[in-house]
Design a protein. Sequence first.
Lengths: 172, 128, 383
Amino acid sequence: MPNNMETRKETGIIEQIRSKFNIEGKIQRDRRIWVTVDRGDLIALCNFAKEIGFTHLSAISVTDWPQDEIFELTYHIWSYSEKILLTIKTNIDRATPTIDSVTPIWKENAQIHERELHELFGVEFVGNGDLAQLFLESWDGPPPFLKDFNWREYTRREFYKEENEREKAYWQ
Amino acid sequence: MGMIQTVGVLVNTLFSKPITVKFPYEAIEIPEGFRGEQEFDIDNCISCDLCSQICPNKAIEMVNMPEEYKEKYPKKYPKIDLRKCCFCALCQDICPKKCLTMTKNVFLSTPDPTTVVKYPIPIGGGTR
Amino acid sequence: MSEKKLIGNEQISPFTEEGTEYNFYFGPAHPGSGNFGVKLKVDGERILSARSDPGYLHRGFEKLMEYRVPMQNSVISDRVCVLEPLNWNLLHAEAVDELTGVEVPERAKYIRVLMAELSRLQSHLIWYGAISIGIGFDTGFKLAFGYRDYILDLFELITGGRVYPAGYICPGGVRGDLPDGCVERIMKVLDQTEEMIQKIEAFDNIAFSMRTKGIGTLKLEDALRLGATGPVLRASGMKTDTRKDDPYEIYSELDFAIPVEQAGDAYARCMIRNREMKESIKIIKQVLERMPEGKVREPSKIMPPKRVRVPEGEVYVRNEVARGEGSMYMRSIGEKEPYRVKIRGPDFLHMIPVLEHLLKGAHVADIPAIYWSLNICPADMDR
């Protein structure tokens, strides 16, 4: 039965992670595994994942939770040989967001994703060689994708000389 | 051999009809279902406000009618700002009484600023 | 070249201390580069180093989508990449469908695959026109855009707009059924596209093989390290395609081949896209034969935006867009708007790490061949 065989491959990977790191993964559906770790174990788990075949880093993302005062990082890694996607989630402190970079593991692929997140969220990746500005030029405001940055107010304050009647629908 | 083919194609195109469409004197036929400018039927509108909630660019605003129309049309009706509209037809799909429909009118460019906003009934000497 | 302040805080002066080295900005107002610039350090005719300069089309989609309900997001999702709007519509619709758990009707799945493959065909025709004009072959450009127009007329008939289908593939299905007489027109357009592919093969000797063979070679281990996906990775020898490895919609029931080349140069990337066009035509013919009857959207009416609720959860969806692997991560907390949307475009990796790697050591005259053989689209890099 193809369905059982697929779940067996995902279960095998979850078993390996549990025996080495003592954390429970979750199988969401075919070909999707989600795992949550502490920030201290992140690099060890990423190294282990690369060894067992997860060689393609698809994306890194940051979610901002201002009430809980954390940033939640998600690393989405795909394995060409097993055809499974593993997602690793971890939390870091929102006031001083620093974490070790995964550039030594996935090289330039990880470097460019971290550069974008540094610019848009302000997360500091220690060990990434190149955190220069990417999209925005001469930007001196706060990181723009944070939940408490009101970009409409910022634009109105910095760039408008007079009220724009067409935009009043956004201020109701 | 190639020369003969070239001369053949040359003679063929010398005597065939040009395919240029002389816009704006004539235009290509537009098929049914094209999303052009909206047409609003005010007598069926129930002022449910759904069209202005679904618009992704907030181009629809519900406004009161001017004095001379107020007793026939006492509620609020949609005013569409065509400069912000992206012609996605979500307002047509969500209207429960089917009084907002998209026509095939794409000839909207104008140097006249009084026609860029579409009122429920054309007012103040404007044509929209 | 003037010495004015060009971009950002960096001042580029044209001349350095050595005699033949100079800085050169292959820039965003160039007709052959799209909305994207590359800062080059050049010695005579040979490039020493390259630095990409993205950001001219940054619209902040990930933040825009946090203020709109899923139906409105599906309308703006076709502007994520302008050259293939229907593929990005499909990606967004799949993400929302997986979150809400709705059962998409069968007929809607077939129509979705039909529109996605037609969009891939017209995107490859744009690519062919762009690379032809880049290497100086003007006839190819005119023919490609002429034949693409037949596909755009089809889009106008089915979705209501030539370039932007306004969220035609929406969460729950598609927005409207195929009109009558559509299937015959699609078959006619496929015949015309096959004519164009025959012409492409005939032009191969004249233009392409001389300008693109041996240029911009990307080895397999470099491609994997730099994050290349899609045709760029397949041209270096790796047999992988998201439609077969991670199937979505009804691709697991269709029969098509995956073209692979070993050389890794610009010519191999061109050959792969030509063969992909033929495979797309095969897929469309199978879809038209097997399409069932039924509803096209579940639920049939649009829900009023104040009553929409997307259940809590998170998903990661991967699709094969025309340029590579496109993915979306969507996180919802039970409100009507998504809490976080992360869009990963294939060109984010192709235009920054891969391009900087390939341009090092190349000639200035080969820049269009390398640049356009990667089939870049600044829109889904910047989002």
